[in-house]
Ligand binder design. Structure first.
Ligand code: AMP
Length: 532
């Protein structure tokens, strides 16, 4: 006999699966374009939903995967990315999208740590990834998209279903660079992704069926998140044929499509407006470029507004609260003349719907407007924690607040301005680089006794990595040799662009290297730079 408390649990149990947005759009907008490659439509919504469900059946039937498993994606942007995301979610499997530009050692760490059972990859990466399989305990296979092993997953007669999950179930393991030198996997739940998509529609852009999103930024990061609101509203997801970003292709797509949105890291926006072709391009199709993921120079922003018009919005978020801590809407970009207007352009905007944002002092007490401290936030957007890393979770999620590691202040009108990052992180081209992971590599070199890494402002990349090196006794440091050593051990984009060879590093009385002093030194030492 059913007891009363069992009935209550039944009544209140919420079911959710982010993949349902696709099945729902496939009924209301079946014939609308869902995925395009360049100018060519690849799938409409009915076809995308069918392929995703068929893939869900294939991975469970042919590969034996089950609900709760993890599958990694090491893929450049391509049309298949979207059916794979939805196919895996439909089957109740969590995705682990990984930046394709990482080093083989970094792939190996994340594949192992995430406990991925399968890795889908771009054809060009199969030779790097396949040799990793025997050494990674849970990894069973690497499947290259477009190869027969991939196509076979769609040939079964069984139709997949969208599994009913709970809101707290894991949807996306988002690996961020780690302060300890190891990447950390932010656990994003189906609830987090649902909140992110609805908040985008509420605060940033009201998308319609006639619109499209140009996915020139990596789908493993911000652009992947923006697939969701576009699917929910039946808009077209356009993948550039280059699988990435170049200004000419982007301008060409913006002149071809209508109602275009895109997520751009500041570096991409900088490059777009530096291209003389942007001045004369037909931008009638551009609706909204959402920039974020790293600091934007005011001069670039003003130039972008003068070339592109008031079609820019900014988001501030992090892997731990994806794309959704604060936002600066298109309307908030219109005044670039008055002091108040410029102050807003320098800010990252106001808290997003359903997110509470505060600034704390070192004792976790809220600071009044104008005072600088650590930015914290809470709300349904905040991750569930770091995968298999209780220590980092406890350091980051304290008393219900996500401690972002960013430093800033909130003004009287509620606009947040970021001043610094408390975790020394460098953001180059919109991608995080933690100094520690670069330092750990440099310190392995026999000619290096001590190494410390800081970021230097760069008009193109936002920041570039600069290393200070104390040579081992009796050694002559060859910076070309250090460069090759870095290429052999970490992703190319993380290696220092400049080296300074010094006799000692500035330290406090407990021996901690003073990065503030190094940054001061950097300003003075421009003459002695050894660029590689
Ligand atoms: P990620 O986890 O890779 O998305 O990086 C998140 C970090 O990027 C944040 O903690 C900030 O330091 C930085 N960031 C993100 N958005 C912005 C923005 N709009 N302005 C300045 N920095 C940003």
């Amino acid at each position: 006999m059913t007891k009363i408390w069992e009935i209550q649990i039944f009544l209140f149990k919420e079911v959710m699966n982010i993949a349902k947005i696709l099945t729902s759009t496939a009924t209301t907008a079946a014939q609308r374009p869902a995925v395009s490659f360049g100018r060519k439509q690849i799938l409409n919504y009915a076809e995308l939903a069918e392929r995703s469900l068929s893939l869900a059946a294939g991975i469970t039937d042919c590969l034996g995967l089950k609900m709760g498993d993890h599958v990694a994606l090491i893929m450049k942007n391509c049309p298949e990315y979207i059916e794979i995301l939805f196919g895996l979610w439909s089957a109740g499997i969590s995705v682990v999208p990984i930046n394709t530009k990482l080093h083989q050692n970094e792939f190996s760490f994340i594949l192992d740590h995430s406990q991925s059972r399968i890795c889908f990859c771009s054809p060009g990466l199969v030779d790097i990834l396949t040799p990793l399989v025997p050494a990674i305990s849970r990894l069973e296979a690497v499947i290259s998209v477009g190869e027969p092993a991939y196509d076979n997953l769609f040939t079964g007669r069984k139709k997949g279903v969208v599994e009913e999950l709970e809101p707290h179930n894991l949807a996306w393991l988002f690996y961020t660079s780690g302060t300890t030198g190891r990447p950390k996997g932010a656990m994003l739940t189906h609830r987090n992704l649902d909140v992110m998509l609805n908040s985008h529609l509420a605060d940033i852009d009201d998308i319609g069926e006639q619109d499209c999103c140009i996915h020139a930024a990596p789908l493993s990061h911000g652009s992947g998140m923006y697939v969701l609101p576009h699917i929910a509203r039946g808009a077209n997801n356009v993948i550039p044929e280059s699988g990435g970003f170049n200004t000419q292709e982007t301008l060409e797509l913006l002149s071809h499509y209508h109602g275009c949105s895109a997520f751009f890291a500041p570096t991409m926006l900088h490059r777009l407006i530096q291209d003389p072709a942007a001045q004369s391009a037909n931008l009638n199709g551009l609706k909204n470029i959402v920039y974020g993921g790293g600091p934007m120079y005011l001069e670039d922003l003003k130039k972008a507004l003068s070339i592109l018009g008031p079609r820019l919005s900014q988001i501030y978020g992090q892997g731990e609260a994806p794309m959704t801590i604060t936002g600066l809407t298109r309307d908030m970009h219109t005044d670039h003349e008055t002091e108040a207007g410029v102050a807003r352009l320098k800010s990252v905007g106001v808290p997003r719907s359903g997110v509470v944002v505060k600034v704390f002092d070192e004792e976790a007490q809220e600071l009044p407007p104008g005072e600088i401290g650590e930015v914290v936030c809470r709300g349904d957007i905040v991750m569930a924690g770091y995968w298999r890393n209780l220590e980092a979770t406890a350091e980051t999620l304290k008393s219900g607040w996500l401690h972002t590691g960013d430093v800033g202040f909130i003004d009287q009108s509620g606009f947040l301005t970021l001043k610094d990052r408390s975790k020394d992180m460098i953001i180059s081209g919109g991608t995080n680089i933690y100094p520690r992971e670069v330092e750990e590599v440099l310190l392995q070199h026999p000619d290096v006794q001590e190494a410390s890494v800081v970021g230097r402002l760069d008009p193109d990349w936002g920041e570039t990595v600069v290393a200070f090196i104390v040579p081992s006794e009796g050694s002559q440091v060859d910076t070309d040799d250090l460069d090759t050593f870095c290429i052999d051990h970490i992703a190319r984009f993380k290696r220092p662009k400049t080296y300074h060879i010094v006799d000692s590093l500035p330290k406090n009385n407990t021996g901690k290297i003073l990065k503030i002093e190094l940054r001061k030194l950097l300003k003075e030492k421009t003459d002695e730079i050894c660029n590689v």
